[in-house]
Design a binder for this molecule. Structure first.
Ligand code: GLY
Length: 431
């Protein structure tokens, strides 16, 4: 099977790493990829939003399966482009069509969907610049902190949480009048804050059958103790100890099944991942957000815990046989710590040489996944804010973290930055 994978982050390196182990794979191409995917696949210099060029590549290289990692091409309709053309008949596509990707592409769409299908989530209202006065009045109905979300895709930066009403009002002005997030901020969703602990669930579905991948927790703030600005994610842990059997059953019955049924009732076909950001409030799950892809850096801890063949799972999804697929999970704990460029998530340098990438750990215990990296003239350079995911596996969280941080210490580049407290809160809850 010839596979083209779209994306260039740690998530795509982890997907490439996992499907490279499959006997079903003939050729793997990653567009555009990074220095890590280059060691496993052929990187191809294609723009993820240039569907016509991707299409020409698919035909020229007899691609059988297209896997889409990031959200932007999904929301932009990449799957519709391929599924709606006879030229690509028989191509297996992994990812939802635009109609399904709107669960991530519009917060208002996702909220209406949840309301329609009785899926537990925080109370909310949606506003535009035409009714900004009403938006400010709505703040008075809420108990702070206020949660303000840009409606569209904003690269993880579109959620602002503040207890200060003046700041909340200024945020509404910045987004709705000042165009802080451009078109993505033409509407805002204001939500009631939920007090609890967050966990991410990953479900793969063909619209009927589904499989639940391991749960994970990510660490979004740049600073230790969950301080400072939001990032794409500074680390992750899987499994999450507070996901007990009761919470899992509630999540399946109150959230996962209603979501899949809801898509069907709304006549939205779906072939891909649903990443459900959940808040555990007391002992109950509430949806914080839907994403329509795998998470990053969660993928770097979720996929190392999957024992079965991932490409076989994708093939089963494509051929309507997901219900037959036997998903096997490793009981061990996986942790990942992200090395970032100094200055991230604000401005940072690129092109710095990275040393120490030869993993000295047994690959069953430690894995280096590249994110923002680029190879040139025999060296690997930094090429983004998040640079390397240092994944450790172990019988418990302590062992896994020890291995992650061993990798952290062995890799060096100028202004390397990382959080030293990944998993600390979960270690305490395990004791
Ligand atoms: N780690 C959060 C995300 O992938 O959106």
């Amino acid at each position: 099977m010839n596979v083209l994978l779209i994306g260039s982050g740690g998530r795509e390196h982890a997907i490439a790493w996992k499907i490279s182990q499959s006997s079903l794979l003939s050729n793997l191409y990653v567009a555009p990829g990074n220095a890590g995917t280059e060691t496993l696949a052929t990187n191809v210099d294609l723009d993820q939003m240039d569907f016509a060029s991707i299409g020409r590549f698919v035909r020229k290289h007899n691609i059988n399966m297209l896997i889409v990692g990031p959200e932007a091409p999904l929301v932009g309709g990449i799957i519709d482009f391929f599924q709606d053309s006879e030229k690509f008949e028989g191509l297996i596509t992994i990812g939802p069509r635009k109609a399904g990707a709107m669960l991530e592409g519009s917060k208002d769409f996702a909220k209406e969907f949840m309301l329609r299908h009785n899926i537990p989530t925080a109370d909310y209202a949606t506003f535009t610049s035409d009714n900004i006065k009403k938006a400010k009045e709505f703040l008075l109905e809420l108990t702070p902190p206020y949660v303000i979300k840009a409606d569209g895709l904003a690269a993880g930066k579109g959620v602002i949480i503040t207890s200060d009403r003046a700041e909340a009002e200024a945020t509404l002005d910045d987004i709705l009048i000042g165009n802080q997030f451009g078109e993505a901020g033409s509407r805002v969703v204001i939500e009631q804050f939920m007090e609890g602990i967050e966990v991410s669930y990953f479900v793969i579905t063909d619209g009927d059958a589904y499989r639940i991948l391991p749960s994970a927790k990510d660490y979004k703030r740049v600073g230790e103790g969950d301080t400072g600005p939001n990032t794409g994610g500074m680390g992750a842990v899987s499994p999450v100890p507070f996901v007990d059997a009761e919470f899992h059953t509630k999540t399946v019955n109150q959230i996962i099944i209603p979501t899949i049924k809801g898509l069907k009732e709304d006549k939205i076909p779906y072939n891909g991942f649903i990443f459900i950001g959940l808040m555990k409030v007391g002992s109950d799950p509430y949806v914080v957000e839907f994403n329509t892809r795998l998470g990053d850096p969660e993928t770097e801890v979720v996929l190392p815990r999957i024992k079965s063949d991932l490409l076989h799972m994708f093939d089963s999804l494509g051929s309507g046989m997901l219900s037959e697929y036997d998903l096997q999970i490793d009981d061990r704990v996986a942790t990942t710590v992200i090395l970032t460029s100094g200055g991230y998530p604000e401005s940072y340098d690129k092109g710095l040489i990275i040393d120490g990438l030869n993993n000295k750990l047994n690959p069953k215990e430690g894995i280096i996944f590249h994110a923002g990296t680029k190879a040139s003239r025999g060296k690997v350079h930094t090429n983004g804010g998040r640079v390397i995911a240092c994944t450790g596996l172990g019988a418990n969280i302590d062992r896994a973290l020890e291995r992650s941080y061993k990798i952290v210490d062995s890799i060096n580049f100028e202004k390397k930055q990382y959080r030293k407290d990944i998993g600390e809160d979960l270690r305490k809850s395990e004791e």
